[in-house]
Ligand binder design. Structure first.
Ligand code: SF4
Length: 324
């Protein structure tokens, strides 16, 4: 099967300026590659500041990439202009984290949903009926048609944002922490709606989150990011059952366990994530995780580990699995 999206060696560096001169670069995304297939959810996880949100926004060209290729349905997104860029903007959408700021407070739900439809020249016979159907498919109804965003709860606003995305019938959606600003019960409802919509419409999702439990529930495959680089990629079930990279192992150890007895036993066995990630302005040489890694050896401080296939489609960048 051909991927919907292929990201190849994507880099995004931000300049650090002083007195109008660039004195350094923040290497937010530094050589990331992965594929997303039709109907698949690819989860991207890591601590805050690891570059996952920048990756999502760069893929959509909300931020211009520094280098690398982004192939969407075979076309290199980094080179699109004019009508082709508009085509891409319609077929690749984003759902933002903050439902309070992602909607225009002066627009009714009807206008919010119809505005991009008109902009992209999509013909609709009966706009009211069209919007009501969309609202119903995300768990709202016609009573909400002419209301304003301030009249809705956070979860309902995310549903409106979802209806707006659905109206354009995209093939690919970046979900950037779509539920992290919501209450837990509302989170579950939105996640289930996203799954149902994927089943009905065949969307491919890039699901960005720092919440590993949510990523496990949502994703078919996932990538773990550390300081601008992917360190492990594979099927979510395999990564949760058998995490290979020491950073992934530490992230999984940090998931809270509700039973205090089990939590005590696990704490004795597992290693917790220690320390803060170093600055992406001047990342450590060799393996970027080496200052925090309990298994670091000499080569880890000198040379960057290659990405190696350990089994089927499970890959890891760590000298514990690569030949030096
Ligand atoms: Fe640890 Fe070395 Fe593997 Fe990096 S390459 S995660 S420092 S063992």
């Amino acid at each position: 099967m051909e991927p919907v999206l292929s990201v190849e060696n994507l880099k995004k560096y931000f300049p650090v300026r002083s007195l109008l001169r660039t004195i350094a670069w923040v290497k937010a995304v530094d050589g990331v590659s992965f594929d997303i297939y039709p109907g698949e959810t690819f989860g991207l996880v890591g601590e805050s500041g690891c570059g996952k949100t920048t990756t999502g926004r760069t893929i959509l060209r909300l931020i211009q990439p520094t280098s690398g290729r982004i192939l969407f349905q075979g076309k290199d997104v980094t080179k699109l202009k004019g009508k082709e860029l508009l085509w891409f903007r319609r077929h690749a959408q984003i759902m933002f984290q903050d439902p309070y700021s992602s909607l225009d407070p002066r627009q009714t739900v009807f206008n919010t949903i119809m505005e991009p439809v008109k902009f992209h020249g999509i013909k609709v016979d009966d706009p009211e009926e069209f919007v009501i159907k969309l609202l119903e498919s995300v768990g709202l109804n016609e009573m909400h048609l002419y209301r304003y965003p301030h009249e809705f709860s956070g979860g309902q606003r995310q549903r409106i944002a979802l209806a707006k995305i659905l109206a354009l019938r995209p093939d690919f959606v970046v979900l950037d922490e779509p539920t992290s600003a919501l209450d837990v019960s509302v989170q579950a409802n939105i996640l289930n709606t996203l799954k149902e919509l994927q089943k009905d419409y065949g969307f491919s999702y890039l699901f960005i989150s720092h919440d590993l439990g949510v990523v496990k529930y949502m994703s078919h495959r996932m990538g773990v990011m550390y300081l601008g680089k992917l360190v492990e990629v594979g099927p979510s079930t395999k990564i949760f059952e058998n995490p290979l990279h020491p950073y992934t192992q530490m992230l999984l150890s940090a998931i809270p366990v509700p039973d205090p007895e089990i939590a005590r036993e696990l704490k004795a066995k597992r290693k917790m994530v220690k320390g803060e990630p170093p600055s992406p302005i001047n990342p450590p040489a060799g393996c970027r995780f080496h200052p925090r890694c309990p298994f670091a050896k000499d080569i880890c401080r000198r040379e960057e580990p290659p990405f190696v296939k350990v089994e089927d489609d499970h890959y890891v960048a760590c000298w514990l699995y690569a030949k030096s």
